[in-house]
Write a protein that binds this ligand. Structure first.
Ligand code: CO
Length: 203
């Protein structure tokens, strides 16, 4: 009985002091400190360095149709791995194939989570001048054909269509993109080619 009352009294005292005293001394200085410290430090440091890297590599790439400040693909041993995401984007805007390569391999990794029926991605290589018509014919061919018309002579190479978490690859002779270009790679899933395309060239 005595203990309970003292405990209650103590609790009440704590509550009262919490309600009565805390707001005025603590509220003032505390938020002011946390607001000013990250506000000035963080933005000043990062954007300068982050903004420069993609800019310079995109400038070197030159003639890609949808640059968007994205880099050129990293090529190792006549192959490259590029990524596609649920945001309807490749992670590169151009692929430069070394002329010393006989064959070239492109691996496509879908880093997203959406299924192939909602966010399918592939890599289709054509002449830039053929892209629109090949894309339209792929749409007509439908999902059962991975949105690529069967035996289309304008299609130089293409991967299969994949969904989130999947990876696919295609290899093709480099001589096939050494003719009368320019050449492009794009995604033939309906509506994706305007956002998902880039240049592919031999140097
Ligand atoms: Co796509």
């Amino acid at each position: 009985m005595k203990l309970k009352l003292t405990a209650l009294a103590a609790a009440c005292a704590l509550l009262l002091s919490a309600c009565g005293n805390n707001p005025s001394p603590n509220a003032g200085p505390a938020p002011a400190d946390t607001a000013s410290a990250p506000g000035t430090a963080a933005p000043a440091a990062t954007p300068g360095t982050a903004g420069e890297a993609p800019m310079s590599s995109a400038g070197m790439a030159g003639m890609q149709p949808a640059g968007n400040g994205k880099p050129t693909a990293v090529v190792t041993n006549c192959s490259t791995e590029i990524e596609a995401s649920d945001a309807i984007q490749y992670n590169v805007s151009s692929i430069v194939v070394p002329s010393s390569c006989t064959d070239f391999k492109i691996t496509l990794k879908h880093t997203g989570k959406l299924p192939v029926t909602a966010m399918g991605h592939d890599v289709v290589i054509t002449k830039k001048s053929d892209m629109q018509a090949v894309d339209a014919d792929g749409l007509a061919a439908g999902a059962g054909s991975d949105y690529v018309k069967a035996d289309d002579p304008r299609v130089i190479a293409h991967t299969k269509l994949i969904g989130g978490g999947e990876t696919t690859a295609v290899s093709f002779p480099v001589s096939k993109i050494q003719g009368d270009g320019p050449y492009v790679f794009f995604c033939s899933f309906p509506g994706h080619s305007t956002l998902m395309n880039g240049s592919i060239s031999v140097q």
